[in-house]
Structures are given as structure tokens and as C-alpha cells.
Design a protein around this ligand. Structure first.
Ligand code: AMP
Ligand code: MG
Length: 465
């Protein structure tokens, strides 16, 4: 029995559409996150048995109030006034034993009033990718939505590649409120609902804030830290549209995301990002762009317009220094040096890595455990850098706690998905275990920390959900 308390569904009309997940033909549990279930105060044994019907969308439990949330969004810079949950349903909110509130959302659960021409479904590939990558982010301490379960539906989903096995992901988040949720009401000049949404968000996520400007400040600060976390892992989100930026600061929407193997700041994976808008090095600027859209939504709530614009602009500009400080802290910690004092040394290393296409994760893990030199072709250049770094007496034990041995490498994710589609979940489970214990060395996991050969490397990812 799950106790729901659905604060979003209690908001007035206009915030969502009441809807129900569409049943699937033969649900089968692919993965269950028992640790997360316990953290939420849910019974893993129940979820793995009778609960499967709920996780598949075949049964709506007592107390759930399924809704599709309304939102708008800038996608690659172009504005869509109406997006909304087109293939997801918010079942409701649960309060964890520690008092924290979480959304339980089914993704891939069928059509909703916001589906437009879409089928409301997801196939196993993107569901397993999101499961793995979001749980890796959580293991690395990055603010993120979580994955509670993945269910195979037994139905086919039709995509470019043909008929693919369908799946449903249960996503858990502090909330699914996005920059695009604010935009939905702002573009309609619906000041009343904009105010209600702002009050709801302050109450729920930022109770210390007393007005929209303070909220803006707080969201800017949280996003600055989240994006710095991404950068320190070589993570490329790939689709940083305003509908994919959570107000809570959690990383959300793991569509075409990927981690870099070989380091280069211009790296892009998403097949639709032809201009490199969301390349690795662009991410902080794109976050600022999104936050400027958020600020624009709040201006009507901030009193006299000219003063409001000035205050909002200043707030958005605080992202720069906050992000820079967070970045220096992260990369300083990766090298066990004072980042602010030795920025030039950090940048020298990154430049060398880019020039030689050194593997991002292996270089930093190698600096902590030995072996980084092997990642470079021009060893003399590396040795010169290394000597200057060693002169600062870095603490390798500390570095071993922040530089992961593993990332979910693209070629491994694709391999695991291929096996899962063929009915073998073992490679996925192994990858998930290894990636959610990213600092633990184990002989049978060593294959998961090697870089792909050039024929193994996967350079393109697809939204394809
Ligand atoms: P995304 O690219 O995942 O951020 O999705 C952008 C928008 O498209 C959201 O409103 C989604 O709900 C919608 N969407 C994506 N795929 C589908 C689908 N298969 N069926 C219905 N809506 C979809
Ligand atoms: Mg999205």
C-alpha cells in the first residue's frame, strides 16, 4: 500500500490534464531499484510482485491521481507554446520516511492529451539508457531524477528501425516542474497561475525564498552546481531545451545524453544537434540561456517592470561566477589542488588532453591510481605538466574518492541494450552494478573501464524515444 499525497494534482485547473496510463499486454519486470524503493519507504517485494501491474500502468493504485503535466519549451532555440507530458503520467507524490516528497512518474505509459502525433510509448533502449545513466549520476552525487523500475510491456513500438520491444520507466524526481512549466503560463499571460506555480515551487523546493527574485537566485545557484557536476564527469546532456531543465536543479531527460570517451570540448553525440548547440563546452552558456527564459517568466511577478528586468538580469548573470567557482572546485578536487589558485594548471592539462584526444575518465582515474601517462601520445608534454602538478603534492587517496574508475560508456550501454532486446539482461545488470559502484575496482569489471577501440566507439546517440 502506497501512501500518496498529490500536491500538484491539487493545483487549480489548467496545470495538467487528468488521464490514465494505457494498459500493456504482458508486463515483465526488467529491473527494480530496491535501494531506491526503500529510500522512498516502498516495499521492494511488493513492487516486484503485485506492484508490477502499477509499474506497467495496468493498475492505478488507491490514492494515485494520474495526470499529464502541461508545459511549453524552447527546443533548440525555437519556442513551442504547448508540449506537456506526451508519453508520461505522473501517478502522484509520495513522502519518504525522511519527510522528502517525490514524484512517481511512468514514462512510456501511453497517449495523453499532450501526445500530439506521438504514440505515447518508449522502447527498451532509451528506457534502459535512462535507468543506467540516471542511477550512475545519483551514485556520483549529481542531482538527478532517479529510476525506480523498468518494465517490458510485451508490445512492439514502431520507430525508424522498425518494431522494437516496448518498455515503461518509473521515474522518481523531487518534482517534474521545468522552466517550460513557467513558460506555459507566461506565454499565455496567465499571471494568476504563474503566481500559483511560483508559490508551489517555493513551498516545495525553496522554502527559504520569500519572493520570485530569491527563487530565481536559488535556481541559478543550483543549476550552476549541477552543470559543473556534469562537466567534471565529461557528461553531455544533449538536449538542454527549456522543457528539459528542472526547477529543482535535478538533471532530467536522458534522451541522447552520453559521456565522452576521448576528450574534446566540442564533443556532441545527439544526431539532431547538427549545430553543436549542446556540445560539452556549450553547456554552461546554454544553462544561462535557459535561466534567462525562466527569469523572463518571473518578471511579471516582480513589481515595476524596469526594476524587475534589471534585478532579474543581475540574478541570471550570477550564474557565471557561481559556475566558475563550482568548476574550479570540482576540477581542483579531481587533481587535489586548489582550483582557484591553479586554474592555469587545470587548463593546461585539458588542453593537452584535447590535443591528444586522451580519454577523459581514464586520465583522471589514472592520475589518482597511476597509469595516466599511457593515455597520452606526447609523453614529454605530459611529463612536463605532471612535474609541475607533483610539485604541489597532490593527495592521491583523496583523488581516488572523486575520480570514478568507470562511466557508463556509450558502446557498453548499446551492447547491454542489444542483449536486453535479445532477452538477456545479464550484461545490463553487470554494467549497472559496476557503474553504481564507480570507485570500486574489481577484476571482472575491468573490461568496463577500458576506452572503446575506434571501431567500437559510438559517436552518435538518438532521442528515439
Ligand atoms: P523530449 O525530446 O523527450 O524532451 O520530448 C519533447 C516533447 O515531445 C515532450 O512533450 C514529450 O512528451 C513529447 N514526446 C516525445 N516522444 C513522444 C511520443 N513517443 N509520444 C508522445 N509524445 C512524445
Ligand atoms: Mg523532455
Amino acid at each position: 500500500m502506497i501512501h500518496f499525497d498529490n500536491s500538484y494534482a491539487r493545483l487549480p485547473q489548467g496545470f495538467f490534464a487528468r488521464t490514465r496510463p494505457t494498459p500493456v499486454s504482458s508486463p515483465r519486470l526488467l529491473v527494480l531499484n530496491e535501494t531506491l524503493a526503500e529510500r522512498l519507504g516502498l516495499d521492494p517485494a511488493h513492487l516486484a510482485s503485485d506492484g508490477v501491474e502499477m509499474l506497467a500502468g495496468n493498475a492505478v493504485p488507491d490514492g494515485a491521481e494520474p495526470i499529464a503535466q502541461a508545459y511549453a519549451g524552447h527546443q533548440f532555440g525555437g519556442f513551442s507554446p504547448q508540449l506537456g507530458d506526451g508519453r508520461a503520467v505522473l501517478l502522484g507524490e509520495v513522502i519518504a520516511p525522511d519527510g522528502q516528497r517525490f514524484d512517481l512518474q511512468l514514462k512510456g505509459s501511453g497517449k495523453t492529451p499532450f501526445s500530439r502525433r506521438g504514440d505515447g510509448r518508449a522502447w527498451m533502449g532509451p528506457v534502459l539508457r535512462e535507468y543506467l545513466v540516471s542511477e550512475y549520476m545519483a551514485a556520483m552525487g549529481v542531482p538527478t531524477t532517479r529510476a525506480l523500475a523498468a518494465i517490458a510491456t510485451g508490445d512492439l513500438v514502431f520507430r525508424e528501425q522498425g518494431g522494437l520491444p516496448g518498455a515503461v520507466l518509473t521515474r522518481v524526481a523531487a518534482s517534474h516542474i521545468r522552466v517550460g512549466t513557467f513558460q506555459y503560463f507566461a506565454v499565455r499571460d496567465d499571471i494568476e497561475r504563474l503566481r500559483q506555480l511560483t508559490d508551489h515551487v517555493i513551498d516545495r523546493h525553496y522554502p527559504q525564498c520569500k519572493d520570485p527574485l530569491e527563487l530565481l537566485d536559488a535556481v541559478v545557484a543550483r543549476q550552476a552546481r549541477t552543470i559543473a557536476d556534469w562537466m567534471a564527469l565529461g557528461f553531455i546532456h544533449g538536449v538542454m531545451n527549456t522543457d528539459n531543465m528542472a526547477i529543482s536543479g535535478e538533471t532530467i531527460d536522458y534522451g541522447p545524453c552520453a559521456f565522452m570517451d576521448a576528450y574534446h570540448p566540442d564533443t556532441v553525440f545527439s544526431s539532431i544537434d547538427t549545430q553543436g548547440r549542446y556540445a560539452w563546452a556549450q553547456q554552461p552558456q546554454m544553462a544561462v540561456w535557459n535561466l534567462a527564459q525562466f527569469a523572463t517568466c518571473l518578471i511579471p511577478l516582480m513589481g515595476e517592470e524596469e526594476a524587475a528586468v534589471e534585478a532579474a538580469t543581475k540574478a541570471v548573470h550570477r550564474f557565471g561566477p557561481l559556475y566558475q567557482a563550482a568548476w574550479l572546485e570540482r576540477f581542483g578536487a579531481k587533481l587535489s589542488i586548489d582550483g582557484a589558485q591553479h586554474q592555469a594548471l587545470i587548463e593546461r592539462l585539458l588542453t593537452l588532453m584535447a590535443q591528444q584526444r586522451a580519454d577523459f575518465t581514464r586520465v583522471f582515474a589514472g592520475l589518482a591510481h597511476g597509469g595516466a601517462r599511457d593515455e597520452f601520445i606526447d609523453r614529454d608534454a605530459f611529463d612536463a605538466w605532471h612535474a609541475d602538478w607533483q610539485a604541489l603534492s597532490p593527495d592521491m587517496a583523496l583523488m581516488a574518492r572523486v575520480n570514478p574508475l568507470r562511466i557508463p560508456r556509450n558502446h557498453r550501454i548499446e551492447g547491454a541494450i542489444e542483449s536486453a532486446v535479445a532477452g538477456d539482461m545479464q550484461p545490463f545488470r553487470k554494467l549497472l552494478d559496476a557503474c553504481t559502484r564507480p570507485f570500486e575496482a574489481r577484476a571482472d569489471w575491468s573490461d568496463l573501464s577500458t576506452a572503446p577501440t575506434s571501431s567500437e566507439a559510438v559517436r552518435r546517440t538518438f532521442c528515439g524515444t
